[in-house]
Design a protein around this ligand. Structure first.
Ligand SMILES: NC(=O)C1=CN([C@@H]2O[C@H](COP(=O)(O)OP(=O)(O)OC[C@H]3O[C@@H](n4cnc5c(N)ncnc54)[C@H](OP(=O)(O)O)[C@@H]3O)[C@@H](O)[C@H]2O)C=CC1
Ligand SMILES: O=C(O)[C@@H]1CCC=N1
Length: 264
């Protein structure tokens, strides 16, 4: 079977990379001797429990002989850097950079794109991914292991859909934070202290998130049930709908999708 080691993580110290890399090592997806962290600033504290780990600030040396390369740097940084890794399986988490461009710039053997989110920090990312036809079963299994170390992964078929995934689930924790903040502000406006409003809003969002796990298909029925109950919740939901709740969310997802498309 093809050897996908060593595994090089470009952007190992970044917002995602500093959680993704340690998660891989903790899960044993790759051994410390087969891991290379790349960035411009050197070893990161996030990897303190692996003191002998290999770091490189030189992409040419750092990527030499890599079996798998994870690209977790920003699109403009990627386009400015000479990141050649011919023969490697490349897994990109970048928004807006196409498989074709990644293949052309890196010389990759096969390219996979994924759209994880900041919940990688707690191992709870939902990370949809799409692979080029060139990726074989061993490549796909490795991608599942890498992304699965930081949460839940799911394959999808059309690369074009990844821009929508960026807007919905790449931004996932930001949407929940925006809702929590709006609930707290509304609670303050209705007379709660700032502390009470925050506790109420956090309790509502966190408890509801846990309750909805695996229940996405039931969400519409749940809303209908609350509306039919005709109590305080129905009054709130109907007023929010009339004020343009769905339209505001749709505008947000359209803008995020458009921004991802424009990066390409
Ligand atoms: N943050 C998020 O919630 C999400 C991000 N993404 C995508 O993930 C990618 C990474 O995002 P994020 O972690 O937020 O970005 P950050 O800016 O936090 O991290 C970027 C990382 O890349 C390194 N880096 C930058 N330039 C180079 C270079 N030339 N060579 C090697 N390393 C380099 C940086 O280290 P140094 O400065 O030391 O070089 C840093 O470790 C982006 O493309 C983004 O679209 C996708 C979904 C969610
Ligand atoms: O905000 C961003 O650009 C990154 C990419 C997708 C989600 N977060």
């Amino acid at each position: 079977m093809r050897d996908l080691t060593p595994l090089a993580l470009v952007g190992a110290s970044g917002w995602l990379g500093r959680f993704m890399g340690p998660a891989l090592l903790r899960a044993g997806v790759v051994g410390p001797g087969d891991f290379i962290g790349l960035n411009r600033s050197g070893a990161s504290e996030a990897y303190a429990q692996w003191p002998g780990l290999r770091w490189s600030t030189d992409p040419e040396k750092g990527l030499e002989g890599a079996g798998m390369v994870i690209l977790s740097l920003r699109p403009d940084e990627f386009r400015a850097a000479p990141l050649r890794c011919p023969g490697a399986l490349v897994l990109s988490v970048m928004a807006g950079v196409s498989m074709a461009e990644i293949r052309e710039r890196t010389g990759a053997r096969a390219v996979v794109r994924s759209m994880p989110n900041a919940a990688m920090e707690i191992g709870q990312s939902f990370s949809p991914w799409v692979a080029e036809a060139e990726a074989d079963d061993a490549d796909r299994a490795m991608v599942r292991a890498v992304l699965g170390a930081s949460g839940r992964e799911e394959a999808f078929a059309r690369e074009a859909d990844i821009d929508v995934y960026a807007a919905i689930c790449g931004a996932g924790p930001a949407w929940a934070a925006l809702l929590l903040e709006a609930l707290a502000a509304a609670g303050r406006a209705e007379g709660l202290s700032p502390e009470q409003a925050l506790a109420a809003a956090e309790g509502a969002v966190v408890g509801a998130g846990a309750m909805l796990a695996g229940q996405g298909a039931q969400a519409g029925a749940m809303v209908d049930e609350f509306i039919a109950y005709a109590g305080t919740t129905a009054a709130g939901l109907e007023a929010a709908r009339a004020a343009g709740f769905a339209e505001a969310v749709a505008a947000g997802i359209a803008a995020g999708t458009q921004k991802a498309r424009a990066l390409g």
